[in-house]
Design a protein around this ligand. Sequence first.
Ligand code: FMN
Length: 297
Amino acid sequence: MKLTLCGHEMKNPVIAASGTFGYGREYEDYYDPAVLGGISSKGLTLQPQKGNPGQRLHETPMGLMNSIGLQNPGVEWFIEHELADMLTIDTLTLVNLGGHSMEDYITGAQLLDKTEAPVIELNISCPNVDAGGMAFGIRCHSASAVVREVRQATKKTLLVKLSPNAENIVDMALACEEAGADAVSLVNTFQAMAIDVHAKKPVFHRVTAGLSGPAILPIALRMVHDVAKAVSIPVVGLGGIASGEDALAFIMAGATAVQVGTAAFTHPLRMPQIIDEMDAYCQQYGIRDWQEIRGIV
Ligand SMILES: Cc1cc2nc3c(=O)[nH]c(=O)nc-3n(C[C@H](O)[C@H](O)[C@H](O)COP(=O)(O)O)c2cc1C
């Protein structure tokens, strides 16, 4: 089940997706988080954020909409109070960094560069904030500019998390690669909307919210496939993965590793189960190296 992602050893390809697994300890009552291949922290911004008012979660058929609004305690607080503990978990730590401006991203990256965090996952794809967030991840020139600046600010492994709402996801991935990304992860949530017809108003205060879960899997898979064929850097695939077979499909589409988010809300043990199902598949088909199936489709 082992693999290497940008030089970092992982026990298995399954990473807990940002915003769905806290800072790694939240699921400890259910299982040892060290069984995971990696954990991506909740998205952090330079300043602490209270998040969005109103309803924040809404279930849809086979999906989940969220409008959290990047609620977080800020990068500095995270570095002082959470990071050291997160790094004691025997798994790959990814620090998910969001921002509202170019300066936010650069300063956040500079602060993280001085820590022991091995990987920065640069979130240019959050659909639930007013300034910055996804705005950087829609057009190639703004994504390229922020990745280039952050690349100058840190020597850490730089994984850039892409938005499925980008004008053209393949061009976006190529632009990030060219600007210095070591890898890309995709997808973040799809911009979506729900209306409460009884209240005669949108469910969410900000009207739109991000859609995740099994409903998005086939589109996310297509995007991962197209991007993996185009770039020369590793691709981390996510979007609706809820079983070992789902995760294997992303690897066959070209992903080096996968992330799981919403599925962990449906059952807290889903991620270890996905790892076991992948292991059973490898044993059934005699697969000894992920290379044998990665990108075969
Ligand atoms: C409640 C919630 C909070 C999220 N917060 C973040 C975040 O802070 N940073 C980020 O990059 N992605 C965030 N995401 C997006 C997920 O990491 C993931 O990209 C998306 O949900 C698709 O994967 P899934 O279908 O497996 O959940 C969040 C998703 C959910 C459901």
